[in-house]
Design a binder for this molecule. Structure first.
Ligand SMILES: Nc1nc2c(c(=O)[nH]1)N=C([C@H](O)[C@H](O)COP(=O)(O)OP(=O)(O)OP(=O)(O)O)CN2
Ligand SMILES: [Zn+2]
Length: 132
């Protein structure tokens, strides 16, 4: 096989409201409004494990359950500890993945991409795999 890295990703969708209270009066995003958000999580590995994969896609399923239970049809302003921009949401999801998924068997989180349903996306890439 050629040398290289493998990436697998999984996409999660949810509907949620937010407002960005730090913005100037009159900015539309100061008002409560909603999006159908998409979060794409990508993990990477240099070597495959049996039966020849980075990790079972199902290893990422707990994130979907967490988002369904804690974020879907909620106000992100009340869920995140910081202003719920797409940037902060991406970093918050990355933090959750580091604490609740189980990288360390040769695969690690590469990126979290957040899409608010329009034409723009935000990507967060953690600096490095956290120590275990
Ligand atoms: N860098 C960021 N910019 C903006 C964010 C953000 O999280 N990070 N968020 C917003 C608002 O959430 C806004 O609701 C989304 O704005 P926008 O992409 O402009 O969405 P629209 O569909 O309303 O796009 P139009 O171009 O106005 O049609 C804003 N910016
Ligand atoms: Zn918005």
């Amino acid at each position: 096989m050629p040398a290289g890295t493998y990436r697998i990703s999984r996409r999660f969708r949810f509907a949620a409201a937010h407002r960005l209270s730090g913005l100037p009066d009159g900015h539309k995003c100061r008002r409560v409004h909603g999006h159908t958000w998409t979060v794409r999580v990508t993990v990477v590995a240099r070597d495959l494990v049996d039966p020849g994969w980075v990790v079972d896609f199902a290893a990422l399923t707990p994130l979907g359950r967490y988002l369904d239970d804690n974020v879907d049809h909620r106000d992100l302003t009340e869920v995140l500890p910081v202003s719920p921009t797409a940037e902060h949401l991406a970093a918050w999801v990355a933090d959750w993945c580091h604490r609740h998924l189980e990288p360390g068997r040769g695969w690690w989180l590469e990126s979290v991409v957040v899409d608010e349903g329009g034409d723009s996306t935000v990507e967060f890439r953690p600096d490095r795999e956290p120590a275990r």
